[in-house]
Every structure is written in structure tokens, then in C-alpha cells.
Design a binder for this molecule. Structure first.
Ligand code: HEM
Length: 462
């Protein structure tokens, strides 16, 4: 009897093991082979798939090889640094090619019409790519990662906070934060020999400025608690990214072990959630007392989320979903804007003639004694806006977008199977001559400034 049970167990183990082996072989060997062949037949080639790791190692080696390259101050060709793999593979296979992120097919698409199709598809064919549990735990599934029905529902609630009149109301707060930083710089210069001081780490200074701006504009009167959330999230971000970079092979359950890092991660996650919940409850209580939700981003979102708000007849977003959107404001709005300011200042430093033009414009439109304290004066700063657009085009913080095919489908006449990731090399496309004449969904409205400023500022040597 006992031996029959053992035999049965052994048989089950053998069946299970062979089933797992077959599934793994299908995933890691047969499917990549079949997918690569199907693409090849349609004229799409690319670097060869390697078992399990795909092209990850080549890609990493290319990034490591160029990581210490020093850029030429007068050239804006940052592609060898930011997308070296795209540059290398494009040279061999053209603007559209197939590479492998592990065993997942990754179709790199540098063709404008195809990118338009990916980003404007209404049928939900190309979905946001799942960033994985670590990033989701850090950033939450706010608008940046939400998709389908969830994206529509969140968007309806969050959108009113970002209309021009609402943003204009925040311009004064932003200007006050900037004025504080400038005041520090001016005082430093006044105390220095010859009235000139050096700002050592302008990126860090702008990082602190934008952290201040986002804490004030998102959380208004709860700014101090908001700043605490920001600092906790920044530490969490450091932990998550360094764990991901040193991860090696995935070890199931690794995140659940009570290691020093994991314990700190749990504490920070709890602190972020607890502080945000307390801020939100305070606002809800204030609204009940007829004091209102507040005019900051959080207040406007909470107001739109009430049953009578733009969210619909009942609260559209749960407490957790609101918390995720708060995390998104910090992540989406902090480093991106610090990065923009840093590169704009760099470009103006290397193009003093434009610095002069912008200074003249600001003095003309805003007067010599005040900073542009309201949204209306910002509208008059045409050249300044053009330079910021140009900076975004040349040195935008987001160098690449990803989407994943939710079903078998077609892209620019190429059949692509479900699960194919599409990689959009934004930084490369902004340097593509076609980008200056064609308007993409994500940069409509940029065309004027781009072509207008591109002569003096844009000297691309790709
Ligand atoms: C110069 C600064 C910024 C840059 C370069 C930038 C860039 C981008 C890009 C490329 C996307 C599209 C991502 C995708 O579709 O996969 C995006 C989406 C988004 N960004 Fe920004 N962003 C900036 C500033 C901000 C700020 C200040 C906020 C908010 C406080 C913000 C909030 C968002 C949100 C909520 C989304 C998702 C929108 C949606 O899907 O409806 N961003 N951003």
C-alpha cells in the first residue's frame, strides 16, 4: 500500500517535472525561435536571441562601455550614452528591429508612422508595459501605469487639477519657491570676491527646488507632511533601484525575507501610506466642516472624486487609488522638471546669445524688479518657452517609452504577436530629421518652437 503511494507520488512528480520542462522549453526556446522567424519573414531582423538572457548582456555591455564617455559640449549627440544599444543595432538592422529582453520579444520602433499608430491606438491594442512589482510598490498604479478602464476613470478625476486656469493659480507658489533659491544664489554672489559665485551642483539645487514646488503645489497647507512623504519615497527609490541593479537571478520570496534592507523598505512604505492617508483624512474632515478640500493638486483631485464632482455619481477612486496618484505626482513631476531646468541652464550657458535674448524678454515682459508672479505673464515669455521646448526635445528626461501588444495584431503592415514589447526611442526620434516636420501625438504643438529655435540651438551630429 505504502509503496503504491510512493509510486504514485513519483509518477506525479515525473509528470509535473516534464510538464514544467516542456513549458520552459516552449517559452525559452521554441517561442523565441518561432517569433524571430516570423519577423524575419516580414523583413524585420535584429540581434540573435540567446537562451534565457536574450540580448540583455550585450545591451548592458554597450551601456557600460559608454557610461564614462565625456560628451562634447558643442554636440547634442547623447545617443551613444543614453541609447547605445539602439544606435549599434540600428546601424546593422535599420530603424525598426527585433531584440530580446530576456525571452520577451522587444520590437524597437524608430519609424514615426508606426509610433503614431502605437500611441494613438484606441482599441487598446498597445497597453502600458507592466513595470513589475518593485516599481509598482514604489510608484503605485497611478495614471502613468494605469490603462484601459482604470486609466479613463482616474483621468476623469485627475484632469481638472491640470487645466490651465488651475495651473495658473499655482504659478505664484512656484515663483516663490524659485525666488528663494535665486535669493540664496544672489546673496552668495554678493558675498563673493568680484560679485560672482559658482553654483557647484546645479542639478542638485534644481532637484531641491522642484521637490519644494511639487510638495507645495500637490499638498499646499499639508506641505510639511508632503515633504516627509517625498523624503521617504526618495529613500525607497534608492533602495528599490539598487536592489534591482544588484539582483542577479530572481530568487522567489526574496522580498519577504526580514533582511535589513527589506525591513527599512517596509517601514518606509508604511510611512508613505500612513502619512498620505492622514493628509487625505484631514482634507475630508475639512470639506465636511465647509472649509473645502483645498486648491492644491490633492484638494482638486479629492473634490473631483466626490459624487458630485467630475468623477461621476459615486467616488470614482478608492483611498488606495488616490494614494497612488499622490505618489505619481512626486515621481512624474520632480526629477523630470529638475532635469529640464538643469539642461536648459546648460544650453543657455553654452549659448550666451540666447541667454541674452531671454534676459531681455523677461525684463521687457515682467519688468526689472519682479519675478513673473502669475500665469498670465508666463504666456508672454515666447522665447523662453521655445528654449524650454527645444531643451525637452534635445535632453528630455524620458528617453524611451514602452508599450506591450495586448493581442495579436498589426503595426505598419507588420504582423506582431501578443506579448511583443514595443520600444519607442524618443531621444533618437527627436534627432531624426523627420521629427522636425512630422507631428507625433506626444509632441503636437512643439513643431513651431522646434523649427524656429532649431537653427541656432540645434546642432545635431548623429
Ligand atoms: C519636464 C517635465 C516632464 C516630462 C519630460 C514628462 C514626461 C512625460 C511623458 C513622456 C509621459 C508619457 C509616459 C507614457 O505614456 O508612458 C508623461 C506622463 C505623465 N506625466 Fe509627465 N512629464 C513631466 C512633468 C510632469 C509633472 C510636473 C507632472 C505632475 C505633477 C507629470 C505627471 C504625469 C502624469 C500624471 C502622466 C500620465 C498621463 C496619462 O497617462 O494620462 N509630469 N510625462
Amino acid at each position: 500500500m505504502a509503496s503504491a503511494a510512493v509510486l504514485l507520488l513519483v509518477a506525479l512528480a515525473v509528470v509535473l517535472a516534464s510538464w514544467m520542462l516542456t513549458a520552459a522549453m516552449h517559452r525559452l526556446v521554441w517561442r523565441p525561435y518561432a517569433v524571430a522567424r516570423a519577423f524575419r519573414r516580414q523583413g524585420i531582423r535584429g540581434p540573435e536571441y540567446r537562451f534565457y538572457v536574450g540580448n540583455n548582456e550585450e545591451s548592458k555591455a554597450l551601456r557600460v562601455a559608454t557610461a564614462d564617455d565625456v560628451l562634447d559640449l558643442r554636440s547634442h549627440d547623447i545617443i551613444p550614452r543614453v541609447l547605445p544599444q539602439y544606435k549599434a543595432w540600428m546601424a546593422s538592422y535599420g530603424k525598426v528591429f527585433l531584440a530580446w529582453a530576456g525571452h520577451m520579444p522587444a520590437l524597437w520602433v524608430g519609424d514615426h508612422e508606426m509610433v503614431k499608430q502605437i500611441l494613438s491606438t484606441k482599441a487598446g491594442m498597445f497597453r502600458k508595459t507592466d513595470p513589475g512589482p518593485s516599481i509598482l510598490a514604489l510608484m503605485g498604479r497611478g495614471l502613468v501605469f494605469a490603462d484601459g478602464e482604470q486609466w479613463t476613470r482616474h483621468r476623469r478625476v485627475v484632469h481638472p487639477a491640470f487645466t490651465m486656469d488651475k495651473l495658473k493659480m499655482m504659478a505664484r507658489t512656484m515663483a516663490e519657491c524659485a525666488d528663494e533659491v535665486l535669493g540664496r544664489w544672489v546673496a552668495r554672489a554678493a558675498a563673493a570676491d568680484g560679485g560672482v559665485a559658482r553654483v557647484e551642483n546645479v542639478g542638485q539645487e534644481f532637484g531641491e527646488l522642484t521637490a519644494d514646488v511639487i510638495s507645495h503645489t500637490a499638498f499646499g497647507s499639508s506641505y510639511r507632511e508632503g515633504k516627509e512623504v517625498f523624503l521617504a519615497q526618495r529613500e525607497l527609490q534608492y533602495i528599490v533601484f539598487s536592489t534591482m541593479n544588484n539582483a542577479g537571478l530572481p530568487l522567489p520570496g526574496r522580498d519577504c525575507l526580514p533582511t535589513k534592507t527589506n525591513v527599512r523598505r517596509w517601514q518606509l512604505t508604511k510611512k508613505v501610506r500612513g502619512t498620505l492617508m492622514a493628509i487625505i483624512r484631514d482634507r475630508q474632515a475639512a470639506a465636511k466642516d465647509a472649509r473645502g478640500y483645498g486648491n492644491d493638486l490633492l484638494g482638486l483631485v479629492l473634490e473631483a472624486n466626490t459624487p458630485t464632482g467630475t468623477g461621476g455619481q459615486r467616488a470614482a477612486m478608492s483611498m488606495d487609488e488616490i494614494i497612488d496618484e499622490c505618489k505619481t505626482f512626486f515621481f512624474a513631476g520632480h526629477e523630470t522638471t529638475a532635469h529640464l531646468l538643469t539642461w536648459a541652464v546648460f544650453l543657455l550657458g553654452t549659448h550666451p546669445e540666447w541667454q541674452h535674448k531671454l534676459r531681455e524678454e523677461v525684463l521687457r515682459e515682467c519688468g526689472s524688479t519682479t519675478v513673473p508672479l502669475n500665469g498670465d505673464s508666463l504666456k508672454k515669455l515666447k522665447l523662453t518657452t521655445m528654449v524650454l521646448y527645444e531643451t525637452l526635445s534635445l535632453y528630455g528626461a524620458v528617453t524611451m517609452l514602452m508599450r506591450t501588444a495586448a493581442a495579436d495584431g498589426e503595426l505598419g503592415g507588420v504582423k506582431i504577436p501578443k506579448g511583443t514589447m514595443t520600444m519607442i526611442p524618443l531621444a533618437m526620434m527627436h534627432r531624426d530629421e523627420d521629427a522636425l516636420v512630422q507631428s507625433l501625438p506626444f509632441n503636437s504643438g512643439w513643431e513651431g518652437p522646434l523649427t524656429a529655435v532649431s537653427q541656432p540651438l540645434l546642432k545635431v551630429r548623429c
